[in-house]
Ligand binder design. Structure first.
Ligand SMILES: Cc1cc2nc3c(=O)[nH]c(=O)nc-3n(C[C@H](O)[C@H](O)[C@H](O)COP(=O)(O)OP(=O)(O)OC[C@H]3O[C@@H](n4cnc5c(N)ncnc54)[C@H](O)[C@@H]3O)c2cc1C
Length: 406
């Protein structure tokens, strides 16, 4: 009889694990459980909010596509996992598994910020991105404040402690807003202030990448405020924990990240509700449960690229458990992202400064922008599949050769 693999979440991590293991369809039956009938490509949401990209181009329709490939798709929201009984509870249904992949991402906790619902904007979800797009249509210039709120993590597993798990979108939004305001002749009557809860902006990369961004911010008059923990937003300012504030006609926020409650309710979380795993992405207590992507306590920073790396490790670990391979891929996290800057500009960042500290590259070039556009198109039309690994490896090799590592 075929073994049952159940995947919770059809985002970067869940889909990658599925597509990796799909070649063993003769041995496994797959069920994907997802809250929506589409997979949301979050990295494209700043383009929806600021450049007017149609939101449907970020919502990859997967329900019928997966069904056509012989994958069971359950539309619904997981409420609980019973790890002792090997079953997942979705609405009123119970779905059994032999292997479970937990990949529901992180919840963006807008309600943790006082005044957010009335006065705040964001790019982290499709609804929020569209709301910001509508706001920008009638923004005549003024004080713009952009930043990430503080998130909290446990130290149960060995992972760098970050105050903001994903500041890339802050970088994108500040440069894209700068470009938009200039293009519309509103830059002179506007200020752009950026804040971070960290001691430095972009805690997850090294000095080289950080300094490249800092230099462009300075040239463009974008001011940085460090050690600022957001507590509230009003109609005219953002307020920080230390009692200070910044004037804000428009506040664009990356809210705190938190783990969905069903993890803690199922007894599978660490003391902050994230899933603790070993470096093969296997749960520290259960041999047949894996976690990949933002939900995994080892995912720091919380990036699609790290979700993909973890999915590759987890797939190979399951293959090893099933005697289909001898080797489990090693977990080698790194930051790899392309920060859109509006117009024909982007910065590509490739850095493992937080981990092995071998490379820390930032490449400001129109070619990076072209790469971002082609990645988004490919990801959308290929239903969440990525370019083949060898292309990525060649590309990373070329970048390291060009920049000599640091
Ligand atoms: C604005 C923005 C820009 C970003 N840019 C980049 C970038 O340039 N590069 C990069 O590498 N990363 C980027 N990231 C981070 C990246 O989007 C995330 O790290 C990545 O999406 C995490 O993948 P995941 O599979 O863990 O979760 P997700 O992609 O969030 O997918 C989780 C899935 O699980 C489903 N789900 C959740 N709860 C349940 C439940 N209870 N039951 C059923 N289904 C559920 C959701 O509907 C969703 O489909 C960005 C993030 C944001 C917000």
């Amino acid at each position: 009889m075929k073994k049952k693999i159940v995947i919770i979440g059809a985002g970067f991590g869940g889909l990658r694990t599925l597509y990796n293991l799909e070649k063993h369809k003769n041995r496994f039956d797959f069920t994907v459980i997802n809250k929506t009938d589409y997979s949301l490509e979050r990295p494209a949401l700043p383009e929806v909010a600021i450049e007017g990209k149609p939101v449907r181009k970020t919502q990859i329709k997967i329900k019928d596509y997966l069904k056509r490939r012989g994958i069971n798709f359950k539309l619904g929201e997981v409420q609980k996992i019973n790890p002792e009984k090997n079953e997942v509870v979705v609405d009123s249904e119970t779905i059994p598994y032999d292997y479970l992949i937990i990949a529901p991402g992180a919840i963006k906790d807008y309600d943790a910020i006082k005044g957010y619902r009335e006065y705040g904007y964001s790019v982290c979800d499709d609804k929020e991105a569209v709301k910001l797009y509508e706001r920008l249509k009638n923004f005549e210039g003024g004080s713009v404040v952009i930043g990430a709120a503080r998130s909290y993590f446990s130290n149960m597993v060995d992972v760098p402690a970050l105050k903001a798990p994903c500041e890339g979108p802050v970088g994108e939004v500040m440069f894209m807003i700068y470009h938009k305001l200039r293009k519309e002749g509103k830059r002179e009557k506007s200020s752009i202030n950026v804040f971070t809860p960290g001691k430095v902006f972009f805690e997850d990369v090294g000095d080289n990448a950080r300094n490249t961004v800092a230099k462009i911010m300075e040239e463009r008059g974008i001011k940085l405020h460090t050690n600022k923990e957001l507590v509230g937003i009003t109609d005219k300012e953002v307020i920080f924990k230390d009692g200070s504030s910044l004037p804000a006609n428009l506040a664009i926020i990356i809210p705190p990240y938190k783990a969905p409650d069903f993890i803690a309710n199922s007894g599978l979380g660490d003391d902050m509700g994230w899933v603790p795993t070993d470096k093969t992405m296997k749960h520290i207590t259960y041999d047949n449960i894996y976690a990949v992507g933002d939900i995994n306590a080892l995912a720091q920073p919380k990036l699609g690229h790290i979700a993909i790396i973890q999915a590759d490790v987890a797939s190979s670990a399951i293959e090893k458990q099933e005697g289909l391979t001898d080797e489990i891929k090693p977990f080698k996290p790194e930051v790899f992202c392309i920060m859109n800057m509006g117009g024909f500009e982007a910065i590509l960042i490739l850095s493992n400064a937080l981990y092995e500290n071998e490379y820390d590259i930032a490449w400001h070039s129109p070619i990076a922008k072209l790469m971002k556009i082609s990645f988004d198109e490919e990801y959308y039309y290929a239903h969440g599949k990525l370019p083949p690994d060898f292309m990525l490896e060649i590309f990373k090799h070329l970048i390291e050769k060009m920049f000599g590592g640091k």
